[in-house]
Design a protein around this ligand. Sequence first.
Ligand code: NAD
Length: 267
Amino acid sequence: MFIPVDKTEEHHVSTTTSGPGRSVIVTGAGSGIGRATALLFAREGARIVIADVDEAAARTVAKETEQAGGTAVTVIGDLRDQAVVDRVAATAAEEFGGIDVLVNNAGIMDSMSAAADTGDDEWERVIGINLTAPFRLTRAVLPHMLAAGKGAVVFTASEASLRGSAAGAAYTASKHGIAGLTKSLAVMYREKGIRSNAIAPGGTITSIQVAADQGAHGPTALAPYMGNVGSPARAEEQAAAIVFLASDAASNINGAILPVDNGWSAV
Ligand code: NAD
């Protein structure tokens, strides 16, 4: 069926075209992809909760966000802590009167270990930060979006959401979990005005740390596939895709895992 487009809306990217800017949460906004995302939202005048465990970094990005035209509030803490998750959602709702966009971005890399070499500590740390925390924050934010009848959730997934050769067992499992959560939300809330999508970045220049033991089985087993990575992206290239997926320009995109990887996933 052909649905006519309202031409007056055609070039609008942001949900809000007048009045206060959108209310946005960005986790891991103190660095890398999260920082670039906060700064890009700021350019549309968004009001942004900068959530990060690194206090100094979060405060610096909050200043940069204000300079870029946004409004920033910081929530400092480890998102594995349920109290921090609750504080992030409550801060956005109370300070900004609702939550339009949730960007679940904070994450850590694993040590590229194969399953047999992955200890409980590494598994729980990676799954806790990369999968459980985004699930819990989404759960805390959904009542606000449901009350408003609208909202957009965007996850920073990974090339490791698409294939088994981009990271170790824990990271790969966590990011495949994010792809599943992205799709589950899309199906369950599509009639409620809430969209859920993810970007799947390939290698991107950020501060993310990889402490891989190059002699170990995991990194050795992965080495033949790493030649497919290609040239790394800039954090701003990932941010552009996140802000697009959160915008009205993506109004019919729901449950998508969008590779931003210069073709790595096409190889
Ligand atoms: P980054 O290290 O530059 O930024 C991550 C931010 O998250 C940091 O500011 C850090 O303090 C914060 N953070 C980490 N753990 C946290 C916790 N428990 N609670 C609160 N904040 C926490 O890294 P980045 O590359 O910008 O990572 C952002 C996302 O991109 C992650 O989910 C990562 O898995 C994903 N990703 C990155 C790449 C890449 O090549 N850089 C590729 C694919 C996916």
